[in-house]
Design a binder for this molecule. Structure first.
Ligand code: VG1
Ligand code: CO
Length: 541
């Protein structure tokens, strides 16, 4: 073991999901080592512990894993379980942490952010329950980064990550595992694979876009090799260090090719995509894009059709900016329903306590208590199970859903790489005027309430404030504004827009049209165009 002197590096503070920076920042001397040491210090050291290690395969993935292995081995860790070639999707890593009853895991990913030496890299620590470090642990890691004086590592040649089986580093045992096998077995336990296989054997066609990211091998094994989907169902299925130069974010903007395929006359029956690290999903039927908020609500209504959820759901949880569509299903079915801050780390206590077994976010994250992360392929398989069990198309499922529960029209507008000072002032000024808003009429909508979201965790009692500004209007309309916590450049302002429609004759409008008044109201209240100088958002999802 060697001890290397170091000094704190400013700003090593995790955002919504771990620490994300430009890849070159992570490659700076001591940057990665400092952060790993801070994590190990925050959890009481590595001695005697077992960790799961893997990432989404982006540039610097394998190098970072070697650094973690050396530091863990030098500091007395018992064992490491590493995905072959350093690959593990985020949900598969969460599953391995739980399955092997380990002490946590290191996940290397900047998720939906582009990869490559000039793009983004990230690292996050997950806890023994398989979920992202809680706010308390995240804060302790940050405190450690600010007081660091040294780290411990060892000198050794690189561990061979390509060969499955047992190896070691110093006294630490290392198992290189098939990244897919245990995860695929878990999916087989949860879903009716026979029914889904019959669907494909009956000629059902699907397009799955892995976006050159981590889900390629998972989707190929599960969809094509196990469920008999035709070869070629999985597109862009080989993970690349730069994701083929793309932006591995599964939404209609970044998964444009898939959208074109699904909107064409000869479209397949079903389309789906996942993100860089495999925890997000996009669901699209022939000619029918499903918003993530609606997807969550549909799953809540139909989850009992999948064998793993046959007993029904105890409760559901959604992040605050996610639409209230799932709340309406929960109310109708008598399920518990919770509203949490943005980020999967806030679902962990509710899942562990058995209060909820389905969670979701408007940002294309859906998952259940089978792991403690959102899970892209899980959501896709859930939809396939629902389609196989109901015999309905995606479009028909959506129409039925809206007729039963009403439709929460929804859109998110992102203003990216805004000057941080401008974005912060916009939020500060908006916060200051919240008390004056109720009763005012803006763009024809009357404000019924306005506040800044704070959360009291009903399980561990922790309090989290400053989680987004929300303005509620009469008739079920709402605007939410918050600043992104995953970007690496300037500030991203996210504007979340929603309006409930219960008139059966108005359930099939274009979302942006249906939300026109809400969009105008948001812009007037927050003065977005004036302050940012942007006439329109960069991305609408
Ligand atoms: C975004 C999403 C949030 C999600 C987070 C991590 O955070 O809005 O819902 O949990 O990314 O997703 P933010 O702070 O930029 O809005 V992922 O796929 O990076 O693990
Ligand atoms: Co992700």
């Amino acid at each position: 073991m060697i001890t290397i002197e170091t000094a704190p590096i400013a700003g090593q503070k995790a955002g919504t999901s771990g620490l994300r920076r430009k890849t070159r920042d992570f490659m700076e001397p001591r940057f990665l080592e400092n952060y790993i040491q801070s994590i190990l210090n925050a959890i009481g050291g590595a001695k005697g512990k077992t960790f799961v290690i893997g990432g989404d395969g982006r540039y610097f993935n394998a190098d970072a894993i070697q650094t973690i292995l050396r530091m863990a081995a030098a500091q007395g860790a018992d064992a490491a379980i590493v995905g072959q070639n350093g690959l593990l999707s985020t949900p598969a890593a969460s599953h391995l942490i739980r399955l092997n009853k380990t002490d946590g895991g290191f996940i290397l990913s900047a998720s939906h952010n582009p990869g490559g030496i000039d793009e983004d890299f990230g690292l996050k620590f997950n806890m023994p329950n398989g979920g992202p470090a809680t706010e308390a642990v995240t804060n302790e890691i940050f405190a450690q980064t600010q007081n660091l004086t040294s780290y411990q590592t060892m000198e050794s040649p690189a561990v061979d990550l390509a060969t499955r089986g047992q190896t070691s580093l110093g006294d630490m045992a290392i198992t290189i595992v098939d990244p897919v096998a245990d995860y695929a077995a878990l999916m087989q336990d949860l879903f009716d694979f026979d029914a889904i296989r019959s669907l494909f054997e009956g000629g059902f066609r699907m397009a799955f876009d892995a976006m050159h990211a981590i889900t390629g091998p998972y989707a190929t094994t599960i969809l094509e090799d196990t469920l008999a989907a035709p070869k070629g169902t999985v597109r862009n299925g080989i993970p690349l260090p730069d994701f083929g130069g793309g932006h591995p974010d599964p939404n209609p903007i970044w998964a444009k090719e898939l959208m074109q395929t699904m909107m064409a006359d000869d479209a397949p029956d079903f389309g789906a995509a996942s993100d860089g690290d495999g925890d997000r999903n996009m669901i699209v039927g022939r000619g029918a894009y499903v918003t993530p908020s609606d997807s969550l609500a549909v799953i809540a209504a139909h989850a009992h059709r999948a064998p793993g959820y046959a007993k029904g759901l105890a409760g559901v949880a959604r992040s605050m900016p996610t639409s209230a569509a799932v709340d309406r299903v929960a109310a109708a079915k008598g399920m518990g329903c919770f509203e949490t801050p943005t980020g999967w780390k806030f679902f962990g206590t509710l899942l562990d306590a058995g209060k909820v077994n389905l969670c979701g976010e408007e940002s294309a994250g859906t998952g259940s208590d089978h792991v403690r992360e959102k899970d892209g392929l899980w959501a896709v398989l859930m939809w396939l199970n629902i389609i196989a069990s109901t015999g309905q198309s995606v479009a028909d499922l959506m129409t039925d859903h809206w007729q039963t529960y009403g439709r929460n029209y929804y859109s998110r507008h992102d203003y990216e790489a805004v000057d941080s000072a401008i974005a912060n002032t916009l939020m500060d000024d908006l916060r200051a005027k919240l008390p004056t808003l109720p009763g005012q009429t803006v763009a024809g909508l009357t404000v019924s309430g306005a506040d800044e979201f704070a959360y009291d965790d009903p399980v561990d009692g922790s309090h989290t404030s400053g989680q987004g500004i929300r303005v509620m209007f009469d008739a079920g309309a709402r605007v939410v504004l918050r600043l992104s916590g995953t970007g690496t450049q300037g500030a991203t302002i996210r504007v979340y827009l929603e309006r409930l429609e219960e008139d059966p004759g108005k359930l099939h409008q274009d979302a942006e049209t249906a939300l026109a008044d809400v969009i105008n109201a948001a812009n007037q209240i927050a003065e977005i165009a004036d302050r940012t100088g942007r006439a329109a958002p960069d991305v609408k999802t």
